[in-house]
Design a protein around this ligand. Structure first.
Ligand code: HEC
Length: 163
């Protein structure tokens, strides 16, 4: 009987302890605007990183820079833009994995193609290929139901990087 009692009390003691742990006040952090609890902070950071549109704003910028780099025959800058465009896409897939499938053609055909041309420093082929490269952006836009976002080769130079 004593043994049973001590077992029962041990059981209740553990239960109380478990509950006490569960109800322990959450650790709070002092931040300017990120939030107080760990969860709040994580949520704010995720929101602030934003989704795929942020990725695309960067890709759009790098696409324009790439075009003018090619026009200038500035192959180092062109290679730099391709590398960063690819990185931006990869980071975008971490945020929005569902977008990756539609970008298959862009990532595994269009990017390596233009990368090779840039490496060869062939301006004529670059300008020819840029239409195909652009079409690959639009293919994904159609697949992702943003067909109204039509990418067109830039006509006006906005880049501040000149050769
Ligand atoms: C995953 C396939 C995919 C590929 C490849 C792709 N896009 Fe996009 N793009 C999207 C999606 C999806 C959106 C809409 C984003 C949203 O709704 O959050 C978008 C939106 C955009 C926007 C508008 C961004 C904004 O919010 O203002 C631009 C600009 C853009 N894309 C440029 C490009 C260019 C240039 C290329 C090729 C170099 C390209 N995209 C390739 C999927 C893609």
């Amino acid at each position: 009987m004593r043994k049973l009692l001590s077992f029962t009390s041990l059981f209740f003691f553990s239960l109380v302890l478990f509950q006490a742990c569960q109800q322990a006040p959450q650790e709070t952090y002092e931040t300017e605007w990120l939030g107080e609890t760990k969860q709040e902070i994580i949520n704010t950071i995720e929101d602030q990183f934003q989704g795929f549109s942020r990725t695309m704003m960067e890709v759009g910028y790098r696409y324009k820079e790439l075009y003018w780099a090619g026009q200038d025959g500035n192959w180092e800058y062109a290679a730099y833009q391709i590398e960063h465009m690819e990185e931006a896409m990869q980071e975008g897939f971490v945020r929005r994995p569902a977008r990756e499938a539609s970008s298959q053609q862009f990532m595994s055909v269009a990017i390596p193609e233009i990368e090779q041309i840039v490496q060869d420093g062939d301006k004529e082929r670059f300008l020819q290929n840029f239409t195909r490269f652009t079409a690959s952006c639009n293919t994904c836009h159609a697949m992702e139901e943003v067909a109204f976002m039509i990418v067109k080769i830039p006509e006006i130079r906005t880049s501040v990087i000149h050769y």
